[in-house]
Design a protein around this ligand. Structure first.
Ligand SMILES: Cc1ncc(COP(=O)(O)O)c(C=O)c1O
Length: 395
């Protein structure tokens, strides 16, 4: 099943799937069915409530299976952001005898801003730098661990440049010191095989709206045996560690999105990788002086982050938007701020180069026609913008 006509008209050519993905029509159907048929509170013990509890647990089972986890290890949250915040704060609250955490310089704000908040509360945070491909410095990480370290939080795939971190090595370093490991897998879920048992992680965050599910629902995987204090206090929902009446409709959508992912995810990925490769090749052939950021191999294969030296990314983005093509200048969360992307600065780009970068991220509903449309429009846009800028092609 493809996108509805209204969705197609509305979004034209959508190449910003790392910001969010269109709702899969199968997910929409399941959510509509649930809305019509069920209203019960899953905490109620009579049949109307029990039915909803069962449906939520089926969704939990689907998300767990898609992650290689057990159902009892998945806790629904209001977003990937909440899952990230919870992982950091929850572990520190559980271990008041410890006072340090380690993360990287290229984390999503959901981790970085929580780390900054914790610093204000007296927690020491070490930020592991990355190389020019965006891979964390493992020697720095090793040296940063102390007996006070409660948690290492390193993202799985980066949202802006797509680089995948060597999580298995991070975990083995952490294990040598008895430190817990969390990974923000919001961008890798659905884009590469994700198996929490193989990765040997303690905690992992995911979000429904990056896998063609609804916005406003995420999950934290907490490995069996790992203790984590609640982040939101109240009732007994989510086995007593995440209070609040469940976002039942969101959870149902998340479960269905995870089920569809298991059904067709691999095939989608192969197709998306081919489309992305042909887009990259076409851009390289048609546009001089373009540079791609991120690791050439160790990256999610739907993401292209390209620098067009001499130009401002906003100008490119707006020109593409007038042609009905949606891309982004960095992470969705920072696209409204003037700030230069900390991720691009972390990989060593000069600010003026970082400001020239656009991110194209493909997904399930992109087609070869979309790629051809970008290859028709983008070279012309770049060449016109370069004519009116101070760009010197010989430089
Ligand atoms: C890597 C990463 N972590 C966390 C988030 C936040 O997830 P949510 O939008 O569900 O809060 C995002 C969203 O862009 C992301 O890309």
């Amino acid at each position: 099943m493809g996108m509805t006509e209204t969705m197609k008209k509305h979004i034209s050519i959508y190449l910003d799937n790392n910001a969010t993905t269109p709702l899969d029509p199968g997910v929409a159907d399941k959510m509509c069915w649930f809305l019509r048929e069920h209203f019960g509170n899953p905490s109620s013990i009579y049949p109307i409530g029990r039915a909803v509890k069962d449906i939520i647990n089926q969704a939990r089972e689907n998300v767990a299976r898609a992650l290689g986890a057990q159902r009892s290890e998945v806790f629904f949250t209001a977003s990937g952001t909440e899952a990230d915040n919870w992982a950091l704060r929850g572990v520190l609250d559980t271990h008041p005898e410890k006072s340090e955490i380690i993360t990287s310089t290229i984390e999503h704000p959901a981790v970085l801003q929580q780390a900054k908040y914790l610093e204000k509360k007296g927690i020491k945070v070490s930020y592991v730098p990355v190389d020019s491909f965006g891979i964390v410095d493992l020697d720095f990480l090793r040296a940063a661990i102390t007996p006070q370290t409660a948690l290492i939080s390193i993202m799985h795939a980066n949202n802006e440049i797509g680089t995948i971190q060597p999580i298995e090595t991070v975990v083995s370093i952490a294990r040598d010191h008895g430190v817990l490991v969390h990974s923000d897998a919001v961008q890798s879920f659905g884009k590469i095989d994700l198996d929490v048992v193989k990765l040997d992680l303690d905690l992992l965050s995911v979000s429904a709206h990056k896998i063609y599910g609804p916005k406003g629902v995420g999950a934290l995987y907490v490995r069996k045996g790992v203790d984590i204090c609640p982040f939101i206090h109240g009732g007994h929902q989510e086995r007593g560690i995440r209070a609040g009446t469940e976002n039942t409709i969101g959870i149902v959508g998340f479960g269905e999105a995870a089920r569809i992912l298991m059904e067709r995810g691999r095939k989608d990925r192969e197709r998306i990788e081919k489309l992305t490769d042909s887009l990259k090749k076409g851009i390289e052939e048609k546009i001089p002086k373009v540079r791609f950021n991120g690791h050439p191999e160790k990256r999610v294969k739907n993401t292209l982050n390209a620098a067009f030296p001499g130009l401002e990314a906003e100008a490119i983005l707006l020109a593409l938007a007038t042609k009905g093509i949606s891309v982004s200048t960095g992470s969705a969360c920072s696209s409204e701020s003037e700030e230069v992307s900390p991720v691009l600065l972390s990989i060593g780009l000069r600010p003026e180069i970082a400001r020239s970068c656009i991110r194209m991220s493909l997904g399930r509903f992109n087609t070869e026609d979309d790629v051809q449309a970008v290859l028709r429009e983008l070279p012309d846009i770049i060449s016109k913008l370069r004519q009116i800028s101070a760009f010197d092609p010989e430089e």
